[in-house]
Write a protein that binds this ligand. Structure first.
Ligand SMILES: [Zn+2]
Length: 498
């Protein structure tokens, strides 16, 4: 054979080999395409950044939601999906767990309560913990939520504040609606607690006029029934004793200042006398008198050593804190006076909107005193100290008290928690995984993980860069139901055009 002929032959061989290789590759690709995963009746969010409240941000993730569950979370690069899937491109978006407001009152303004579900959802709050109200009233909201989980926030309830006598929230005026049940003795209290347990409450709330004996019985009964006790430390007790008795969380860090003072023993004795002397007065008036007489004194006598002893006990007993910092520092910081906050007032019923605006005009005429500033500084310092110590913090607002719009005000709380020294991720943790842990449902809720319930928030900006980005809500997913921006705006518009 001639050399040039042989060359041409080998050239043909190579071309043939290439053609075969190409067809095999094509077959392989086509074959694979056929097997790309398809998730029927599911929504696949691709290339989205996922915020895990414990571990931070993971970019370019694919999250697949089917019915009310997250069925897959994976790197978008590692998961090729069949084009037949219902895909949503999440480029530039951030998915995080739905938010909790761990301190709300449906019963504080009954005329506002019917608007609260939509307000919470429109602002990305997918779960709330009601910390006090008439049992039948708050239970009706819990039941409504259980019946319509796709269009309501999850509702956990304490029932009424369990108080001693004279009880504080006795319904004597608008600032003290009948949120509490007062018990004169242990038998009465036991009966009241048993009634609540029968009505399936999720926790119990202790209040300031309970005697130490009543408080001990409350904690005992709660433990026997697997319920947590939250509340205000009773005025007749110190914080360490209350925590040692099993109190699992404290609201507003109320009365903690008294136990952190160098003269705490004297203050407690004085308080017991004031309680005795005022035993026939109205509860709310008596409580205000005691706070006015003692709080400034306690703050002035703040002792680092005493505070460390208190925090050691809280840490040892895992007694968590719900500082309601926006509320507690509201008189000096005045979030309600800001135009962007007042924007949310138009979604309130007209009577409430008008009432708040009028009262705010009066409130802002009163300047904060030296004491108000000291108390604000103390709250900020203590929140940081509690967080540094590793004591659990939950974000809660106390809405709708003190002009705090349901939903909108939780974002204010997150913002002030960061100002007090929490990282944005810790603030997010306090409104997601922490409340889920508190109720023992952290395997189902509070994170973006496979197998968890799809209560989620999709944001247009990164909340780890700036906590205020939790307000840049693109969509809310509640129990698997996607409520996009247009639908959220419709919820708000319907409230506005009431
Ligand atoms: Zn409250």
């Amino acid at each position: 054979m001639h050399i040039s002929q042989r060359k041409r032959l080998s050239y043909l061989n190579i071309m043939m080999f290439r053609a075969i290789l190409l067809s095999w590759t094509l077959l392989l690709v086509i074959g694979c395409k056929k097997d790309l995963p398809f998730f029927e009746d599911a929504t696949c969010f691709t290339n989205i950044s996922v915020i895990d409240p414990e571990h931070g941000l993971a970019s370019d993730q694919t999250v697949i939601i089917k019915n009310n569950k997250i069925i897959k979370v994976a790197d978008s690069n590692s998961l090729d999906l069949s084009p037949k899937n219902n895909m949503v491109d999440g480029t530039g978006q951030y998915m995080m767990p739905g938010l909790w407001d761990a301190h709300v009152h449906f019963a504080f303004m009954e005329e506002l309560a019917p608007s609260m579900f939509d307000l919470f959802l429109a602002y990305g709050i997918t779960s709330v913990r009601d910390t006090g109200g008439k049992i039948d009233f708050v239970k009706s909201y819990k039941d409504k939520s259980l019946q319509n989980p796709e269009t309501s926030p999850r509702v956990m309830i304490a029932g009424p504040l369990l108080d001693g006598m004279p009880n504080v929230y006795d319904g004597s005026d608008a600032s003290r609606p009948p949120l509490s049940v007062g018990s004169s003795n242990i038998e009465e209290l036991t009966k009241n607690i048993k009634d609540l347990i029968e009505k399936d409450v999720d926790l119990l709330k202790a209040y300031e006029m309970l005697t130490p004996e009543q408080f001990a019985v409350l904690n005992q009964l709660a433990q026997e029934n697997g319920l947590k006790v939250t509340g205000h430390v009773p005025l007749s007790m110190d914080v360490i004793t209350a925590s040692n008795l099993g109190m699992k969380s404290m609201e507003h860090m109320r009365n903690i200042e008294l136990s952190c003072a160098s003269n705490s023993t004297e203050l407690l004795e004085q308080r017991k006398n004031l309680l005795y002397d005022g035993r026939n007065d109205q509860g709310g008036i008596l409580r205000s008198r005691i706070h006015s007489a003692q709080r400034a004194n306690a703050i002035e006598n703040y002792s680092e050593k005493k505070a460390d002893e208190v925090l050691d006990a809280l840490y040892k007993n895992q007694t968590w804190q719900i500082p309601t910092l926006a509320l507690s520092t509201g008189f000096t910081k005045r979030p309600f006076a800001k135009a962007e906050f007042q924007e949310s007032f138009k979604y309130l019923p007209s009577s409430v909107e008008e009432n708040w605006k009028n009262r705010i005009t009066q409130t802002i005429k009163q300047s904060p005193t030296e004491f108000h500033h000291q108390y604000t500084d103390w709250m900020f310092k203590m929140v940081k100290k509690i967080n540094d110590k590793g004591i659990g913090i939950m974000a809660g607002t106390d809405c709708p008290i003190f002009y705090l719009t349901p939903g909108r005000s939780l974002h204010e709380e997150l913002s002030v928690l960061v100002k007090a020294g929490l990282s944005p991720l810790e603030a997010i943790e306090s409104a997601t995984i922490r409340p889920a842990e508190y109720f023992g449902i952290e395997k189902e809720l509070g994170n973006v993980r496979e197998g968890m319930l799809a209560d989620l928030l999709i944001l247009d900006a990164n909340p780890i860069d700036d906590i205020n980005n939790t307000l840049k809500i693109n969509s809310v997913i509640r129990n698997g139901n996607l409520i996009n921006r247009a639908a959220l705006d419709k919820l708000l518009n319907d409230l506005d055009t009431k």
